[in-house]
Write a new protein. Structure first.
Length: 137
């Protein structure tokens, strides 16, 4: 009987732990998240949301990946194939080093192109995920 009671109590505390973790996450995470992250209305325009988790090479790469994913989402709506390339370069002379990031996408299809602009962007401070909303002109 004692062992059964201990098992029930252990199960209760484990469930309590998971419930408290989930509600704490939602309190920090969900309150400032823009509606467009999951439910965007392009008002007649084709739109896509891209996101990226933290990138080992920094925010520039994280942003480029999110933009690439948003363009890919728009392209899927148009049945367009998008090939995205991200280039990096680093140069240095006499102790000073500079680096940069170039991102471009090449759209390949029969006469269809994807030209979109960033409408909004948001960084989740808790998870450090970057979200971007892009819409075609």
């Amino acid at each position: 009987m004692q062992k059964k009671l201990m098992n029930y109590m252990s199960l209760f505390f484990i469930l309590l732990f998971f419930i408290s973790c989930g509600s704490a996450r939602n309190a920090r995470h969900g309150s400032d998240m823009p509606d467009w992250v999951y439910h965007y209305d392009g008002k007649g325009k084709r739109c896509g949301v891209g996101f990226s988790s933290p990138h080992i090479r920094g925010i520039a790469y994280q942003r480029a990946l999110a933009i690439s994913r948003a363009i890919d989402e728009i392209a899927k709506q148009l049945n367009v194939k998008v090939d995205t390339t991200v280039e990096t370069y680093m140069s240095g002379s006499d102790g000073s080093i500079s680096s940069g990031l170039t991102s471009f996408s090449v759209q390949t299809t029969t006469g269809q192109s994807v030209k979109a602009e960033i409408k909004d962007a948001w960084m989740d401070d808790y998870k450090k995920e970057f979200y971007v909303l892009m819409c075609m002109d």
